[in-house]
Design a protein around this ligand. Structure first.
Ligand code: HEM
Length: 137
């Protein structure tokens, strides 16, 4: 009870995360991208990126993988035609990741926890090394 699909005030169908997670088979494959729910069952063997990548995300949050690929506008329009509803607002926190504060940004690295830790540490180590060499004599 309570954990059933509902409609938002503007008529969008809301799915609970538990309902979406159950759609992870060949018979029915749903994925979540930006809190929207897509039924990609019929699209599996048409996907230019292959069905395997979609099946790996089945029943779960595919937002990051979808954006990492840098899908075209065409791809986004195709996705829109497969949208069947949205993740229930009360379940959205369950799939969102904690926000990483980016201390160091570099064009070669994306902001990740290790780059924010390793880069400053490495920089400090190099400065210390140079300082030691200059003050050795
Ligand atoms: C409804 C969702 C999706 C649609 C409509 C879609 C559609 C497409 C389309 C049309 C392309 C061709 C390139 C382009 O136009 O950007 C493509 C490529 C690709 N897609 Fe998707 N995609 C979806 C979801 C995903 C997800 C969730 C993943 C990863 C888990 C993924 C992984 C890829 C990869 C790796 C390629 C690149 C293939 C290559 O360049 O050889 N796609 N997709």
């Amino acid at each position: 009870m309570g954990e059933k699909a509902e409609k938002s005030p503007d008529g969008v169908k809301y799915f609970r995360l538990s309902e979406i997670e159950a759609q992870n088979s060949f018979k029915s494959t749903w994925i979540i991208i930006h809190n929207k729910v897509y039924d990609v069952t019929k699209f599996l063997d048409e996907h230019p990126g292959g069905e395997e990548v979609l099946r790996e995300q089945a029943g779960g949050n595919a937002t990051e993988s979808f954006e990492d690929v840098g899908h075209s506008t065409d791809a986004r329009e195709m996705a829109a035609s497969m949208m069947i509803g949205e993740l229930h607002p009360d379940d959205r926190h369950k799939i969102s990741k904690p926000v990483v504060t980016c201390l160091v940004t570099s064009p070669f690295l994306s902001c990740s926890w290790w780059s924010t830790l390793i880069l400053p540490t490495l920089a400090a180590a190099i400065v210390t090394l140079i300082y030691r060499i200059y003050t050795a004599e």
